[in-house]
Design a protein around this ligand. Structure first.
Ligand SMILES: *[C@@H]1O[C@H](CO)[C@@H](O)[C@H](O)[C@H]1NC(C)=O
Ligand SMILES: *[C@@H]1O[C@H](CO)[C@@H](O)[C@H](O)[C@H]1NC(C)=O
Ligand SMILES: *[C@@H]1O[C@H](CO)[C@@H](O)[C@H](O)[C@H]1NC(C)=O
Ligand SMILES: *[C@@H]1O[C@H](CO)[C@@H](O)[C@H](O)[C@H]1NC(C)=O
Length: 260
């Protein structure tokens, strides 16, 4: 085989192609459809932070946040503000009424990535025996000048509560802690919805509220910055959960990738 030999040229092309494949077939996918996946999140096991292991699922069309109560479609991830907006497909909104459904997070999730303080849970059509109308009345508040009456009179779906009962059924704007400590059955309200970015909804009617749950995460820097600066991808050992800096498909380091 010589340099001019066609088989040598083919062989060379094959080697270059294989190297290209190895470089692009990274261990940690950085996108799910059009949503960027960066630390601390990951869709491949061993990538990202172990605290967020098994929390995301990437399907052919969507990215989901997994909790014990279901899979919630991720709408956006803001890595600067450290927030994730998810949507509960079984909750009610301005255009659809659906029977209540618990929103349950694991203990780890409620500590590492809880709903943000500017996310409000709205319990609707509560029975007069509901704890939030009695002993726990103080858990309800009006947000940004909005009241339940306004909700029941504005959207097609919520108007139904007015129409079907002659009175205005009670409702309650509350925080995630209320639904965390009391299940929907205990709360005794037939429907719920959730609204985020509530601080910017002053003077904005329910038709234009942002329906969904905004989660807010925070993690101490566990050495990821150093690894990323050296060109690595942050991950962890799937057995020990110890930090790993993934330098290439064949090399992992405990801190950084050095200056190769
Ligand atoms: C490097 O770490 C990743 C993530 O834990 C793992 O999938 C991979 O097999 C490791 N590679 C080596 C060469 O140890
Ligand atoms: C992730 O989604 C796929 C298909 O959408 C599904 O088959 C799989 O069971 C899901 N995994 C988890 C852990 O929910
Ligand atoms: C509102 O709640 C009552 C029970 O408290 C229930 O009978 C009624 O069907 C609910 N309304 C709607 C629209 O689901
Ligand atoms: C919320 O607003 C309604 C109507 O404006 C009012 O009747 C109610 O007392 C307010 N509730 C609280 C807890 O401030």
């Amino acid at each position: 085989m010589t340099f001019q030999d066609p088989s040598f040229i083919l062989f060379t092309i094959l080697i270059i192609f294989l190297q290209f494949l190895a470089a692009t077939t990274s261990l940690c996918r950085t996108f799910c459809n059009n949503i960027p996946i960066n630390y601390p999140f990951a869709i491949d096991d061993g990538c990202g932070a172990p605290q967020f292991r098994h929390m995301l699922n990437c399907s052919a069309t969507d990215l989901f946040f997994l909790t014990p109560s279901g899979s919630y479609k991720i709408q956006t991830i803001d890595y600067n503000k450290k927030t994730v907006v998810i949507f509960d497909p079984s909750m009610s909104t301005c255009s659809i009424l659906q029977p209540h459904h618990d929103f349950i997070m694991t203990e780890i999730q409620s500590v590492t990535i809880p709903p943000s303080p500017d996310t409000v849970f709205v319990l609707m059509n509560c029975s007069i025996d509901s704890p939030v109308l009695n002993h726990y009345r103080s858990l309800c508040f009006n947000f940004s000048g909005h009241s339940c009456d306004e909700l029941y009179s504005s959207c097609t779906s919520f108007k139904l509560f007015h129409i079907l009962s002659n009175a205005t059924p009670p409702c309650c704007f509350t925080t995630y802690d209320t639904v965390k400590f009391m299940s929907m059955n205990i709360l005794d309200c037939t429907h719920y919805t959730s609204v985020y970015n509530v601080d910017s909804l002053k003077g904005v009617g329910p038709l234009d509220w942002l329906y969904g749950i905004k989660l807010s995460y925070n993690l101490p820097d566990l050495g990821c910055e150093r690894c990323a600066k050296s060109g690595g991808t942050c991950g962890f050992d799937v057995e020990t959960q110890g930090f790993l800096c993934i330098c290439s498909t064949t090399t992992n380091a405990t801190r950084d990738c050095g200056n190769k």
